[in-house]
Design a protein around this ligand. Sequence first.
Ligand code: PRP
Length: 174
Amino acid sequence: MAERIATMIDAQKIQARIAELGAQITKDYEGKRLVLVCVLKGSFVFTADLARVIDRELRVEFLGVRSYGEGTSSTGVVQITQDLSKPIEGEDILIVEDIVDTGLTIAHLLELLGTRKPASLKVCALLHKPARTRVEVPIDYLGFTIEDKFVVGYGLDWSERFRNLPMIGVVEPS
Ligand code: PRP
């Protein structure tokens, strides 16, 4: 396929920003153990890189979610397709997301995981698209604010393609 991907954020810039986020998280979680909750599928690349720049004891959990849309827009109904492997009561949870778009997924996950009585519950997102916000959600650690364009790469897909690109880009019509 011959689509051209225009780079929005190059790999070097992503890695530099993740190093900053990792340093901040390391500082904020002094004396604590973290649980990184990787929201599948898009966050697998970000979680892998973020985990390696956090200098604290941590474990990684994976949460499979599927959001139901009405046409192209999400309804906010999120189905859990793969749950965490253990209870999280009393633990310090950091949800890791590739992108916060409407905010509906994170809003749902905060409510769901909040009922499991973690000691703390925070959000780390690589990208935020404020133009599409439908519900305001707290993002405790944010990589980049981006404009309202359909982005791929670094875990994000277009019909399952392009997740393996090292940068964030925009698909240009060929
Ligand atoms: C994306 C992304 C977030 C969600 C954000 O997942 O990874 O989980 O959408 O959108 P929202 O803020 O509007 O709720 P997607 O549904 O594309 O699934 P995937 O990660 O498996 O590709």
